[in-house]
Design a protein around this ligand. Structure first.
Ligand code: NAD
Ligand code: IPM
Ligand code: MN
Length: 368
């Protein structure tokens, strides 16, 4: 059997640094668990712009379309801030999401016990937390037309359009209900139906999908601003949260802090099943390229390593190996090893990005 093809796109800033640690983990599964991948690597973001003048070359796009799964580090950085909008590094990532039609972005926020004291919230609020944000990823204000900066009445006007079709809401709602059935069986849908027509439609469609096909799953609706407040007040009230592209972007960064650090939060962006039955999939940490710490060995590789664990679970149907990897990360954290983003209590040992990856591989060895 030919091994599945895994396309790795390290990107910019800390992207290549954290991806180097994921490579160690991928190699470990290949040699120790008979889980070999045909690993290819290519450029995205600023790195692709430097080489080709575009943040995503067409050949890379084609490779991503044919991959069994794509793993991305991070894109962007101050060097590229003044580029034309159409070639900014972030456009490379948005093109991947759009053309692969990755409509369901799963962003779990789990608080490992060893990190409960690192959250900016109290231990009792976050300890044991396990919620899943399902963010719509291919539509809404990120892609709606018209968009642009135009002249109007002697001044400039910046326009973006929030736009959702019924079928776009329907499919992401189904993804959320399906996930909820495998977890705590509760979905909370967030929008702003009090001020936005797209929010009214969102609420109606989510309710209709529920009533028709998922009446066994608990469903509640919340305005997204109130949802942000509830996420900080008592996040354990949630199981699965389903929300649009922009609200999901904001709410998932907020949820990251519940887990202790943005450096801990993985994500999976999933589309429709391919011919081989696997979903189109791109796995990426929630964090960005962290230019403030890039090149210093300070980045926490856990978010990217845990994104690979999500790939094992959602693309390769190896849930038990995903758990093995998650437990290895948890073990290293409970042994007190910490990258700089998590260093602020006694009894912990400061380590570099590379030390952290080595320790996770050692914990994997110990799991056999
Ligand atoms: P960021 O996530 O890069 O950084 C925010 C803060 O978190 C920084 O202080 C950073 O040092 C810290 N941080 C992030 N990840 C970390 C890790 N793994 N370990 C330790 N600390 C970590 O967000 P930003 O500064 O707003 O954006 C920087 C660039 O990244 C921008 O160009 C932005 O567009 C881009 N970005 C890309 C992605 C992506 O590729 N998926 C996501 C978000 C932002
Ligand atoms: C994220 C990022 C991206 C987004 C950017 C880099 C395009 O913030 O993945 O959360 O806004 O979706
Ligand atoms: Mn974001």
């Amino acid at each position: 059997m030919t091994p599945p093809m895994l396309l790795i796109l390290p990107g910019d800033g800390i992207g290549p640094e954290v991806m180097a640690e994921v490579r160690k983990v991928i190699d470990w599964f290949g040699t120790k668990r008979d889980l070999a991948f045909d690993v290819r690597e290519d450029l995205v973001g600023g790195a692709a712009y430097d080489a080709h003048g575009t943040p995503l070359h067409d050949d890379t796009m084609a490779l991503a379309q044919s991959a069994d799964a794509v793993l991305l580090g991070a894109v962007g950085g101050p060097r590229y801030d003044n580029l034309d909008f159409s070639v900014k590094p972030e456009r490379g990532l948005l093109r991947l999401r759009k053309e692969m039609d990755l409509f369901a972005n799963l962003r779990p926020a789990q608080c490992f016990d060893a990190l409960a004291d690192f959250s900016s919230l109290k231990r009792e609020v976050v300890a044991g937390l396990d919620i899943m944000i399902v963010r719509e990823l291919t539509s809404g204000v990120y892609f709606g037309e018209p968009r642009g900066i135009f002249e109007e009445g002697g001044e400039r006007v910046g326009i973006n359009t929030q736009r959702y079709t019924e079928s776009e809401i329907d499919r992401v709602a189904r993804a959320a209900f399906e996930l909820a059935r495998k977890r705590g069986n509760k979905v909370c849908s967030m929008e702003k139906a009090n001020v936005m027509e797209s929010g009214i439609l969102w609420r109606e469609v989510v309710q209709a999908v529920h009533d028709a096909d998922y009446p066994d799953v608990g469903l509640s609706h919340m305005y997204a601003d109130a949802g942000a407040m509830q996420l900080c007040r008592w996040p354990k009230q949630f199981d699965v949260i389903v929300t649009d592209n922009l609200f999901g972007d904001l709410l998932s960064d907020a949820a990251a802090m519940l887990t202790g650090s943005l450096g801990m939060l993985p994500s999976a962006s999933l589309g429709a099943p391919m011919e081989n039955g696997r979903p189109k999939a791109l796995y990426e940490p929630v964090h960005g390229s962290a230019p403030d710490i890039a090149g210093q060995g300070k980045a926490n590789p856990c978010a990217c390593i845990l994104s690979f664990a999500m790939a094992l679970r959602y693309s390769f149907d190896r849930g038990s190996e995903a758990e093995r990897l998650e437990r290895a990360v948890e073990k290293v954290l409970s042994d007190g090893l910490r990258t700089g983003d998590l260093l602020n209590v006694e009894g912990t040992t400061p380590v570099t990005t590379s030390d952290m990856g080595d320790a996770i591989v050692a914990a994997l060895d110990a799991s056999l």
